[in-house]
Design a protein around this ligand. Sequence first.
Ligand SMILES: C[S@@+](CC[C@H](N)C(=O)[O-])C[C@H]1O[C@@H](n2cnc3c(N)ncnc32)[C@H](O)[C@@H]1O
Length: 279
Amino acid sequence: MAPEDSAEAAPLLRSFERRFLAARALSSFPWQSLEEKLRDSSGTELLLDILQKPSGDSITLCESTAIISHGTTGLVTWNAALYLAEWAMENPAGFAHRTVLELGSGAGLTGLAICKMCRPRAYVFSDYHSHVLEQLQGNVLLNGLSLEPNVAALAQHPEHDTADAESPRVMVARVDWDVVTVPQLAAFQPDIVIAADVLYCPETVLSLVGVLQKLSACQKDQRVPDAYVAFTIRNPETCQLFTTELGRAGIPWEEVPRHDQKLFPYEEHSEMAILKLML
Ligand SMILES: C[S@@+](CC[C@H](N)C(=O)[O-])C[C@H]1O[C@@H](n2cnc3c(N)ncnc32)[C@H](O)[C@@H]1O
């Protein structure tokens, strides 16, 4: 292919790659554009490029095809999970050699991306729904990570704390924001707390702010954890409620600048944001 041809083909390649990475149905792939492009090109480089992609590390996920099943939204990956994973992969230094606690992990994509790309020391996936926790454990194992049985084990193995440790210590924990206590949260010793797409109704907003308040009482080395919450702006009133409740709880926040690198196939039109919270 001439250089100008390959520049023209780049969006087509990206489109294939994104759909492939998202395990989209083959019928959704841009076959028609490919056919048109192949008619106009003399060589097979474009096909070879498509067949050789994707490159790099991969994540395997078992998830539901329905957005709500078993009475939960946690069995599928939501757009903000992808958005937060992209941001983390652009900012791996913020996670390296630190202990991450994720709230409402759902299917686990964000955490798996961070475990594979950002070298955290330990990663605690959490949720409160039994089906979600079961699927989450399966997804962690599916990706070649092993599970620590409890918090005590998470804190052991000092040899894993060396800078070149291969993979983080990982745990899947049942954490219900309404009932978890400060000592239970403190036992995870989080340096950083993250959550994606957990602002979908007023009740969850209030529960989330409640658990964030509890986390603000958890100190490690005299520091409270950093916290980041990613969400899709579906309903401005829900987002407004979140920031109002943060203000009421005395938790300052700032919006994280948008990142440019789009790796995942979330909808182009969905508006997303990440807030950094000063707990
Ligand atoms: C929309 S899903 C998002 C899942 C995942 N973070 C993502 O973005 O793909 C919301 C998740 O929050 C969890 N969740 C909601 N309320 C919760 C609570 N009070 N305590 C713990 N987890 C909760 C749900 O079980 C679900 O897995």
